[in-house]
Design a binder for this molecule. Structure first.
Ligand code: ADP
Ligand code: MG
Length: 250
């Protein structure tokens, strides 16, 4: 589905991504691991259109999507989750979910387009969809909670929930488990698995918790120094000499 070909992203003379090539197959939950500074987040940001690559190519279902801006990728179903924006902290959890598609058009323009009655109908539909998402993620009880009051793990679930408000095809998750307790990490893992099986989402997941990666991901791609070092099933990857060396240092 997503192919990355000899991708480079240099910051001045520094090669954060230095000739990375990989494929993310349709229907997979692909794990991306590697030591700190390996270039994982930079690679995500290039794929998701947040950063322009220095060189190289990204394709989606054979179509060149290199350097497309995030909103165009969004319409193609390619999403990268972001930490909740500061200004959304005072809004309720459900309103945060409902902001996603509406925000793509803008309330004013949408109103002018559709007329008030249509907007009300659209809002009811959005609310119903948000409720479904909250049920799916087992956080319906947080409907009216301010997003800013959520725990780290609950915020991650809400970020995942935002991808469910649109018809995503492939979702990029950067460090889903960072600052998340075990129980909630399990819930996030289950949500990812269900989205993958029941809704056909493809995922690419960066995470340091190898136990989480091992249970969730196949294949696992290992990056080191801006390149792909190894790729394969989790158990084989964990026994790979080059991978062990990259983690332990030389
Ligand atoms: P990872 O996510 O694997 O930990 P990153 O992609 O965040 O790694 O970073 C890879 C390297 O690129 C790091 O050495 C980091 O300091 C550097 N880097 C990342 N973003 C920038 C930037 N905007 N300007 C300069 N260097 C950067
Ligand atoms: Mg990172």
């Amino acid at each position: 589905m997503i192919r990355v070909d000899d991708l480079h992203k240099h910051f001045g003379g520094f090669r954060a991504v230095d000739g990375a090539s990989l494929a993310i197959e349709t229907g997979s939950i692909t794990g991306l691991i590697g030591p700190n500074g390996a270039g994982k987040s930079t690679l995500f940001n290039v794929i998701a259109g947040v950063l322009a690559p220095t060189s190289g190519r990204v394709t989606m279902d054979g179509e060149d999507i290199t350097g497309l801006p995030p909103h165009e990728l969004f319409h193609k179903g390619l999403l990268r989750t972001f930490q909740l924006a500061h200004e959304f902290a005072s809004m309720s959890v459900r309103d945060n979910l409902m902001m996603v598609p509406g925000g793509q058009i803008g309330e004013g323009l949408m109103g002018a387009w559709l007329g008030r009655g249509r907007v009300a109908a659209q809002e009811a539909e959005l609310r119903a969809r948000a409720n479904d998402v909250l049920d799916f993620l087992t956080i319906r009880h947080l409907t009216h909670e301010k997003a800013g009051n959520l725990s780290g793990g609950q915020k991650k679930l809400l970020e995942l929930g935002r991808t469910m408000m649109v018809d995503a095809k492939v979702v990029f998750l950067d460090e889903v488990g960072a600052g998340v307790n075990r129980t909630l990490l399990g819930t996030i893992g289950e949500a990812i698995t269900r989205l993958n099986r029941e809704r056909g989402y493809t995922f690419c997941v960066i995470e340091h918790d190898m136990d989480f990666i091992g249970r969730l991901c196949d294949p696992v791609v290992v990056m080191a120094e801006g390149r792909v070092l190894a790729e394969g099933p989790a158990d084989a990857i964990m026994q790979n000499e080059a991978v062990i060396e990259a983690y332990l240092g030389r």
